[in-house]
Design a protein around this ligand. Structure first.
Ligand code: FAD
Length: 400
């Protein structure tokens, strides 16, 4: 038997030994912490077909993992380490449990980065970030997690290992299993290793904040930003509560991040600072913003066509109160609200007239009102995990 550990009632057939590290995590359920993919495969193959598993990376987003109801936990934090890094090709391969911060450290030394900036920060794992398709402000310009993933190794519920995609940027595309797995929340398989596309780290990274004057002139402001010499790396609007939380004056602001050559960045910043209410801020604001996410916070994402973003933003900000944190990515037409459930109802009413689609985050995205999509999801899940062994409770068919 490999490195599994546990106590309590289980249908596992193999012998188990206690693991002091994992036992300290508490909870009555069996915990396995495979340190190799082969061990993970054995755990799945040797357990009864109906044994269910909660998949866990670094466990930073506990409000998500704790909601999964399963017989055993598969802790992937030991399945860790960079297995290949080819700076000349801008590609890196790492095991699923590798932290984003570890990848940042290694790639920074070569003037490169993996531009994934999920809410919560860089203490999460590569596997979880891809599995949940968690994306932050950089996604609007540099790309979503699915764009960064070139290849994946997946172990399915029956313990069958599959590789999809490859280790190079130019892949011959077959059936796109990579895109199916990114954002599947582990319900179609456990990601064990990923090859990702890196980018050159911008020589200079500078930011500014432009005050949004009583939510007026938003569309014009965004249009004027499209005419900048250098396109922004990220654009994120924050309401006054969130601005104060991240150390800015308490007013609604548009944060603009610029990256590139020192000359192009300086020129563009000059243009930006001509806007009334604009001032330069430190680019350390971006990790600070990502880290404001508190575990268990009720996050709801509304999306519309980018052209309709100003009215959605205004409606959501007006519906909130002094405790509501709102931020938005204008070019993706997304407005995200972090507020208690009671207040979310009020916000929800206000978005109806804006015609927004609502995605409830936190236990696998619950997309309301799309029965055809849910039926399709059910059929895909039937093909990959007919007994619903992996992450039961996440993206469940009958969630509304
Ligand atoms: C406090 C907090 C709040 C956050 N809020 C949001 C948010 O609202 N929206 C958003 O998009 N992102 C959010 N994130 C993003 C989160 O940072 C990323 O999903 C990821 O980096 C978390 O890493 P982890 O290893 O700690 O994941 P964990 O907390 O261990 O797991 C997160 C989810 O990923 C699954 N998972 C983990 N590893 C694998 C794997 N190898 N294969 C398959 N499935 C796997 C788990 O089953 C679980 O459902 C939040 C993060 C934190 C810390």
């Amino acid at each position: 038997m490999r490195d599994s550990a546990g106590s309590g009632d289980t249908a596992m057939t193999h012998a188990r030994r206690r693991d002091p590290i994992l036992e300290s995590g508490g909870g009555p359920e069996v915990r396995h912490a495979p340190s190799t993919e082969a061990e993970l495969v054995d755990i799945l193959r040797e357990s009864a077909p109906h044994t269910t598993f909660r998949i866990r990376g670094a466990g930073t987003w506990t409000s998500v993992t704790e909601r999964i109801c399963a017989d055993a936990t598969l802790d992937l934090s030991r399945l860790r380490g960079i297995t290949a890094y080819v700076p000349g090709d801008l590609t890196l391969t790492a095991r699923a449990g590798t932290l984003l911060s570890e990848i940042a450290e290694v790639t920074r030394a070569n003037g490169q980065w993996l531009p994934l900036d999920p809410w919560g920060g860089s203490t999460g794992t590569l596997g979880a970030t891809l599995a949940t398709a968690s994306a932050g402000p950089l996604a609007a310009t540099i790309g979503l997690p699915r764009d960064a993933a070139l290849g994946l190794t997946i172990v399915d519920a029956a313990g069958i290992r599959t590789t999809a995609g490859g280790r190079v940027v130019k892949n011959v595309a077959g059936f796109d299993l990579v895109r199916l797995q990114v954002g599947a929340w582990g319900t179609l398989g456990i990601l064990t290793e990923a090859t990702v596309r890196l980018r050159p780290l911008p020589a200079v990274d500078r930011s500014c904040a432009i005050q949004l004057l009583e939510n007026a002139g938003l569309a014009e402001l965004i249009t004027s930003l499209r005419q900048l010499t250098l396109g922004p790396l990220a654009l994120e609007a924050v309401n006054s509560t969130l601005a104060a939380t991240i150390g800015l004056p308490p007013a609604a602001m548009l944060l603009v991040r610029l990256g590139g050559s020192p000359r192009a960045v300086a020129q563009t910043l000059d243009q930006l600072l001509r806007h009334p209410g604009a001032h330069e801020i430190s680019s350390s604001i971006w990790p600070t913003l990502a880290a404001t996410e508190s575990d268990g916070a009720a996050g709801v994402r509304y999306s519309v066509r980018p052209s309709q973003w100003p009215s959605l933003w205004t409606a959501v900000v007006d519906a909130g109160d002094a405790t509501t944190r709102v931020h938005a990515t204008p070019s993706r037409g997304i407005v995200r609200v972090v507020a208690p459930a009671a207040l979310q109802d009020r916000v929800r009413q206000s978005t109806v007239s804006a015609g927004a689609m609502e995605i409830v985050e936190g236990a696998g995205p619950g997309v309301r009102g799309l029965p055809a999509l849910r039926a399709l999801g059910r059929r895909v899940r039937d093909a990959f995990d007919p007994h619903r062994r992996l992450n039961p409770g996440v993206m469940d068919d009958d969630r509304s």
